[in-house]
Design a protein around this ligand. Structure first.
Ligand SMILES: *Cc1c(COP(=O)(O)O)cnc(C)c1O
Length: 501
């Protein structure tokens, strides 16, 4: 028996010259699309297709022999996608990624260093430690650089998304504060537990709690003030209610930039209560921790350096492609606790306490094989410098404030909350329109549907305090006044059509 030759299909697919040719064509094409979007072309921001009809555009029956037109199928995919680089995109908290970061992402994809163990990521691992250390310092955590266990410092990992980041932090909180070893004995090894958060907390917090098996009572709700921020003086009452329901409260989950309204909970005052009562403080800064990059806005995060853990999405206000999330622990040793198990086939010495196997990052994430996220952030920070990131945050926050000013000044619009960052919520209240809440709710939803189906602008709606409101996250720093005014006019135009119909 001799080994047969490498099949022609494989030879062709791995051909470097083919990669070079496809790559050049693809980058040219993406550059053209980028120019069109940033130049405000008139093609739709969201080329709306009915969900059921979209299935027909992408059949799942694949031929045995493809046509070789990789660039063609990618071009069609790009053409049908929502365009975040267009300044008329004012939608979810997903940024138009820095084009250079997308190139770094390509490198990550091709190198595909798996990262669970240092050997499988000999550059990505130190880059990750450097990036997370830099992020930790931006938050005011004790300086890292002592990952080898010499002295307590902040530490953490990059992981795939804020949802996973929040789960990781909550697992650490449970291990640290439950009063029993939940990893070994399970969640029934002690009394039922709960954490505190506001109704504005991201749904990933509630999911994490349910994943941990805590059910309905696992999150006790703390009231908010008139700007949707947690009221520190309401924490004691929430604890009392949870205890009356048989729960032991172990942590407070504060939002630094809540998803709905961009509200920053008062971290310093919350940290005081946590210190007094021995509670773990987790800050969900998926959206807003990037405020730390701006001297003008970092006051929003005052006290974050007292948190036990922080989630920070680089794929939000650091303009990185999804998904790149840092989950950071003030005390590096805690970063080993979410997944304190033996994984002897990967790690020589099992559980690492500070010094042990600190360079094998898989010990500290749910993920085994992991994308080389660090190379993307590291390359951007080194190549563009830190000023770019400050400018990005400040520009986005300025846009939020400017849209709010315009809404406030217009007689037919009304702000639903005074914005603290780049997330704005408001209602359209035209003269002669419905006066009651139900009618206004229906109007917002109907107008928003018309706006997105027309495709010139992309904007959101949400429920806030029992009402339907329009919502925008200003993530595109290339937005100008013309786009803000244009959005309000588009709402009026679509709204007028709604009245006629
Ligand atoms: C976006 C967001 C999340 C979820 O993060 P993903 O990266 O989308 O999983 C969690 N919390 C807040 C406050 C967010 O804004």
């Amino acid at each position: 028996m001799t080994l047969p030759p490498v099949p022609a299909s494989l030879r062709a697919a791995y051909d470097p010259e083919r990669f070079r040719a496809d790559g050049h064509r693809l980058v040219d094409l993406l550059a053209e699309r980028l120019a069109a979007a940033t130049g405000r072309d008139e093609a739709p921001v969201l080329p709306w297709v009915d969900p059921a009809a979209s299935l027909a555009d992408w059949p799942g029956d694949f031929a045995e022999d493809g046509d070789g037109d990789l660039v063609g199928v990618l071009e069609r995919a790009a053409a049908g996608s929502i365009r975040l680089h267009h300044p008329r995109y004012l939608g979810h908290q997903v940024p138009p990624p820095l084009p250079g970061a997308a190139l770094a992402d390509l490198v990550a994809a091709l190198l595909n260093n798996g990262m669970a163990v240092y050997e499988m990521g000999p550059t990505a691992t130190p880059m990750e430690l450097a990036v997370v250390g830099w992020m930790a310092r931006q938050l005011g955590f004790p300086s890292s650089g002592s990952e080898d266990g010499s002295g307590v410092s902040a530490a953490g990992v990059l992981t795939s998304g804020g949802s996973l980041g929040n789960l990781t932090a909550l697992l650490a909180a449970r291990q640290a504060r439950a009063g029993f070893d939940a990893w070994t004995d399970g969640d029934h090894g002690g009394p039922p537990l709960a954490v505190l958060c506001t109704a504005q907390a991201h749904y990933s917090v509630s999911r994490a709690i349910r994943v941990m098996g805590w059910g309905d009572g696992g999150a006790a709700v703390v009231e908010v003030d008139d700007r949707w921020r947690m009221r520190p003086d309401a924490i004691a009452g929430a604890i009392a209610r949870a205890e009356a329901a048989g729960r032991r409260v172990i942590a407070v989950i504060a939002s630094a930039g809540s998803t709905g309204t961009g509200a920053f909970d008062p971290l310093d005052a919350i940290a005081d209560v946590c210190a007094e009562r021995g509670l773990w403080l987790h800050v969900d800064g998926a959206h807003g921790a990037s405020a730390a990059l701006s001297p003008r806005h970092r006051h929003l995060l005052a006290g974050i350096e007292r948190a036990d853990s922080v989630t920070w999405d680089a794929h939000k206000l650091m303009a990185m492609p999804a998904l790149i999330t840092a989950v950071i622990f003030r005390d590096a040793r805690r970063s080993y606790e979410p997944f304190a198990q033996e994984a002897s086939y990967l790690y020589a010495s099992g559980r690492g306490e500070g010094g042990a196997e600190w360079f094998n990052l898989g010990l500290r994430t749910l993920e085994c094989t992991k994308r080389m996220m660090s190379i993307i952030v590291y390359a951007a920070l080194e190549a563009y410098g830190t000023r770019l990131f400050r400018d990005y945050v400040e520009r986005c926050f300025e846009l939020g404030a400017e849209l709010a000013r315009r809404i406030d000044a217009a007689p037919d619009f009304e702000l639903a909350a005074s914005p603290q960052c780049n997330i704005v919520c408001w209602r359209w209240r035209p003269a002669g329109g419905p006066a009651d809440d139900a009618g206004l709710d229906a109007l917002q939803a109907a107008v928003r549907r018309r706006v997105i189906e027309r495709g010139r602008y992309y904007v959101l709606q949400t429920r806030l305090g029992g009402r339907t409101v329009l919502r925008a996250a200003l993530m595109n720093p290339l937005i100008e006044e013309i786009d803000l005014d244009g959005l309000l006019d588009e709402i009026r135009t679509c709204g007028a059509a709604e009245f006629r119909s």
